[in-house]
Design a protein around this ligand. Structure first.
Ligand code: PGA
Length: 261
């Protein structure tokens, strides 16, 4: 079993005061024994400097939830991957369903964002996932395969070896209704086969599951060979919940072949 990656996605939550306590608690947990797990937090971009100063020198990585598809220029309000990399960030989530749905991000734009993240030396966490209507229409596999393929087409094979994939069914995000282990494993297997078909060297990429992971379902979801970690939204905002998910991952037997961050 691969070493798991537990990533927090804070979304648009936090304040300088509440972040300080949360970051300190995560840092403290990862300074103890049994850290057989990789951990990171993807914070609102305005808090990247706070994350950097609270976490540098620790076993916890930091990153953002989006980057621009452009290198630089007249793009008011956008933040480039290179700017983020200047704060020693590791991760950039790209293609989260909330950005696809609320900001009209197409598969092409998501591919370009992943490419820009890689150029800047960030690890893109490429999110894919189907809506409830797509699942009910039996289109889950086709939808997530197409979303992943669009990113692979935008980047080189060598760069593809550096990405993390996150399967996040839209109907499971923030709803309290997680995918079952069987549902997640089946979709992960489809994504794994897209990666393998693209290049045999992508066999070891991490595919995270995200969507209502909580302390009470984390062990069951993470204790699966095909599920290489979790992207955690709501439960990453409470230190006790996030740390309990870290504990669930750390307690699994894993080799450390893929240390990121
Ligand atoms: P959730 O969010 O854990 O609150 O469902 C996950 C995500 O959107 O990344």
């Amino acid at each position: 079993m691969q070493r798991k990656l537990i990533l927090g996605n804070w979304k648009m939550h936090g304040s300088t005061e509440s972040n300080a306590a949360l970051l300190a608690a995560i840092r403290e947990r990862m300074s103890r024994e049994n850290t057989n797990v990789d951990v990171g937090v993807c914070v609102p971009a305005i808090f990247v400097e706070q994350a950097r100063s609270a976490l540098q020198g620790s076993a916890v990585a930091w990153g953002v939830q989006d980057v621009s598809a452009h290198v630089q220029g007249a793009f008011t309000g956008e933040i480039s991957a290179a700017m983020v990399a200047g704060f020693q960030a590791t991760f950039a989530i790209v293609g989260h369903s909330e950005r696809r749905a609320n900001h009209g991000e197409t598969a092409l734009v998501v591919g370009e964002k992943a490419r820009q993240a890689l150029v800047a030396g960030l690890v893109p966490v490429v999110c894919v996932g189907e809506t409830l209507a797509e699942r009910e229409a039996g289109a889950t596999d086709a939808v997530v395969r197409a979303q992943l393929a669009a990113v692979l087409e935008a980047i080189s094979v060598d760069d593809a070896k550096k990405i993390v994939v996150a399967y996040e069914p839209v109907w499971a995000i923030g709803t309290g209704r997680s995918a079952s282990v069987d549902e997640a494993q089946a979709t992960h297997a489809g994504l794994r086969s897209v990666l393998r078909e693209y290049d045999a060297g992508l066999d070891k990429l991490r595919i995270l599951y995200g969507g209502s992971i909580k302390p009470d379902n984390a062990s069951a979801l993470l204790d699966c060979d095909g599920i290489d970690g979790g992207l955690i939204g709501g439960a990453s905002l409470k230190s006790a919940d996030f740390i309990s998910i870290i504990e669930a991952a750390a307690s699994l037997h894993a080799d450390d072949s893929l240390h990121v961050g």
